[in-house]
Design a protein around this ligand. Structure first.
Ligand code: 13P
Length: 249
């Protein structure tokens, strides 16, 4: 079966309750583009209110702890996300790996905890600029997959997001050929680790400076099943054209 396109907004540390109207407008547009799966990952504080404002919408977290509960001040556990109605969580975003020192093993544990709690997972990988410039991007990203992919999982509930760090929030994007090559290499690696049937089911999203102008080209690249969008997901005006571009493919 063909993989459905998946367009996910990562609001990062942005959004007060006043932004819930944008989420409602985004999910209303998602309802009109039924061929595309759409989700939003706002800050923890907005997950419950967003689900109340847009019942039935796919809303998720941007991180979770690997433990189900315990003395971890400031952290949120995967079962807590599921308990308030979240259906997914992002793990391993480069802003967590780089800014909070998360290792591949940490990301793997978080992904496993999220799956055990019944959530879907978006597992992020991506190389820094100097690695891209030295020609080592594929090796770097495939090593991240090897180290952070859980051992046993439902491929329908685990997506990979390829987000080159140097493309995040910079307006820089790899060439469509480079994106297709990396996504093809990731799918081959998933085949090695999880089997060909799982690799054929799993969605691989591109993230990094996706906007209304470049979405159609990036989403149309080989082995690209959707987008993980930061800045351009904060308003319906910028995000809905990306959903529409995915629907038109
Ligand atoms: P931008 O779309 O703002 O570049 O962010 C990408 C990203 O990090 C999404 O997780």
């Amino acid at each position: 079966m063909a993989r459905r396109k998946y367009v996910v907004g990562n609001w990062k540390m942005n959004g007060l309750t006043a932004a819930l109207g944008e989420a409602q407008a985004i999910f209303a547009a998602a309802g009109e583009n039924k061929g595309v799966d759409v989700a939003l990952c706002p800050p923890f504080t907005l997950i419950g209110p967003m689900i109340s404002a847009a019942p039935g919408a796919a809303v998720g977290g941007q991180d979770c702890h690997a433990a189900a509960s315990g003395a971890f001040t400031g952290s949120v556990a995967a079962p807590m996300l599921a308990d308030i109605g979240a259906s997914l969580v992002i793990v391993g975003h480069s802003e967590r790996r780089e800014g909070f020192g998360e290792s591949d093993a940490d990301v793997k544990a978080k992904a496993g905890a999220a799956l055990a709690a019944g959530l879907s997972v978006i597992l992020c990988v991506g190389e820094p600029r100097e690695v891209r410039e030295s020609g080592g991007a594929a090796d770097y990203v495939l090593a991240q997959i090897a180290g952070s992919l859980p051992g046993d999982f439902d491929p329908a509930r685990l997506a990979i997001a390829y987000e080159p760090i140097w493309a995040i929030g910079t307006g820089l994007v790899p060439t469509v050929g480079d994106v297709a090559a990396m996504h093809g290499a990731i799918r081959a690696k998933l085949g090695e680790q999880a089997g060909g049937s799982a690799a054929g089911t799993m969605r691989i999203l591109y993230g990094g400076s996706v906007n209304a102008e470049n979405a159609a080209e990036l989403l149309g690249a080989g082995d690209v099943d959707g987008a993980l969008v930061g800045g351009a997901s904060l308003t319906a005006g910028k995000f809905v054209p990306i959903i529409e571009a995915a629907a038109a493919l």
